[in-house]
Design a protein around this ligand. Structure first.
Ligand code: GTR
Length: 406
């Protein structure tokens, strides 16, 4: 009697439930995928081209600078909601501890300071390199790194009179899946992924720089390579205090493009896999794998958020994985906003031959561009920064072929 009852239960209830779950898992892609907050992808408009930056989500146009301010906020809301998660605001607490000063190792001329920023329960180490004998308020380049003490490029930066600041991103959040780092623990109500945490760290470095009297706060730039480049672009897009934003080799989730790519690139699907870098982003982004046309924005929006400040996106032509073609496409599209704000010469690209790395050539391009903006020092060949964005004949022979994912 009991076993008959059990068999009936299994056949009539459990088997259909299991079959339903199996069917749901195999469901064709156009069946609405429910995202955590009940938004369905199929309800979002399908946009095959890069979404128009100067049109609001309700289809009205951006006509004035005041409109752009509102559109800017709309884009930030979309970017945080769909891709990176929401960053906490500026914290009230910021203290400095363990402040040590000494000469820079390896006989590099200048001073090295090591200190820890205490932000509530969070302790983030930073290093500050000062050029020998510098006086007055200096321009700054910030770079985020997994560890402090990368000295190769320091002479090149200090020689030009910049203060160079590095911060140890992994003090905020370790670069590991399924881990709650100190920053996420300190802000349990925030749904931010690791890239957003690190970008927030860059903003806290800037809070600290505001307390120093040797910093020209109108001339602070941020850079980083690869995942660090993604962070530089995100921090620069969200925080208007960064006067110059320079992501290098930043690729997917950075200066690349979700919709436009060429060759074997890192796609939205690949980067958000749980066995790869899903934890860098909000889980909602993964829902768009294979549905990139439903994303309300693309990475050109992050670039546009930098306008009218200075942006230079550096890439290597041999670094197909980082999608240099998509980088060019997003910069070209972002130009509509730079032009609208009267700052088209603030939107630069630089491509070199070679592979995935941040080389002296990348640094030279970034620093030449920074000198031009901060010190009005005319670069040797200013056209080289714009020829690829503005579609003029590229004199270095770089050729791009675009193909659209569809
Ligand atoms: C690559 C990854 C990129 C980039 C890079 C890095 O393997 O696919 O998204 O972030 O690593 O940071 O080293």
């Amino acid at each position: 009697m009991k076993s008959t009852f059990l068999r009936t239960l299994v056949r009539s209830i459990l088997v259909p439930i299991c079959a339903f779950i199996a069917r749901a898992q195999e469901a064709p892609r156009d069946i609405p995928i429910v995202v955590a907050d009940e938004v369905t992808i199929s309800k979002l408009p399908s946009i095959n081209e890069l979404p128009d930056l100067l049109t609001f989500a309700d289809d009205t146009g951006v006509k004035s600078k005041a409109d752009w301010k509102r559109r800017r906020k709309e884009l930030i809301r979309q970017i945080e909601h769909y891709a990176y998660g929401h960053l906490p605001g500026r914290p009230n607490q910021l203290e400095v501890s363990d402040h040590l000063t000494g000469p820079i190792p390896n006989s590099i001329e200048g001073t090295e300071e090591r200190l820890t920023l205490l932000i509530g329960s969070i302790a983030m180490r930073i290093a500050v390199y000062r050029p020998e004998g510098a006086t007055g308020k200096l321009p700054v380049i910030i770079r985020e790194e997994h560890a402090l003490g990368h000295l190769e490029e320091v002479p090149q930066i200090l020689e030009r009179g910049y203060l160079f600041v590095e911060f140890a991103r992994e003090d905020l959040d370790p670069d590991k899946p399924n881990t709650i780092g100190p920053a996420q623990r300190a802000y349990p109500k925030h749904d931010w992924g690791t890239l957003a945490v690190w970008a927030w760290g860059a903003m806290r470095v800037l809070d600290y720089l505001e307390t120093r009297d040797d910093v020209d706060l109108t001339k602070v730039g941020i850079t980083g390579h690869s995942r660090g480049g993604k962070v530089a672009l995100l921090a620069g897009a969200l925080d208007e205090r960064f006067a110059l934003v320079a992501p290098n080799g930043s690729g997917c989730g950075g200066a690349g493009c979700f919709r436009i790519s060429e060759g074997k690139v890192e796609t939205l699907d690949l980067i958000t896999r749980s066995d790869r870098f899903g934890y860098w982003f909000h889980p909602r982004l993964r829902t768009f794998a294979g549905h990139e046309e439903r994303l309300p924005f693309d990475q050109h929006a992050l670039k546009a958020l930098v306008a009218p400040r200075a942006l230079i996106c550096t890439d290597a032509l041999g670094d197909t994985w980082a999608n240099p073609v998509g980088n060019r496409a997003t910069s070209t599209a972002a130009n509509a906003v730079f032009e609208f704000l009267g700052a088209k010469h603030h939107n630069a690209l630089h491509f070199r031959e070679g592979q995935h790395d941040m080389t002296p050539a990348d640094w030279k391009a970034i620093l030449d561009f920074a000198d031009w903006h901060f010190a009005k020092r005319e670069p040797e060949n200013r056209k080289r920064f714009f020829q690829l964005t503005l579609g003029a004949n590229p004199s270095n022979g770089v050729q791009f072929r675009k193909n659209r994912r569809q």
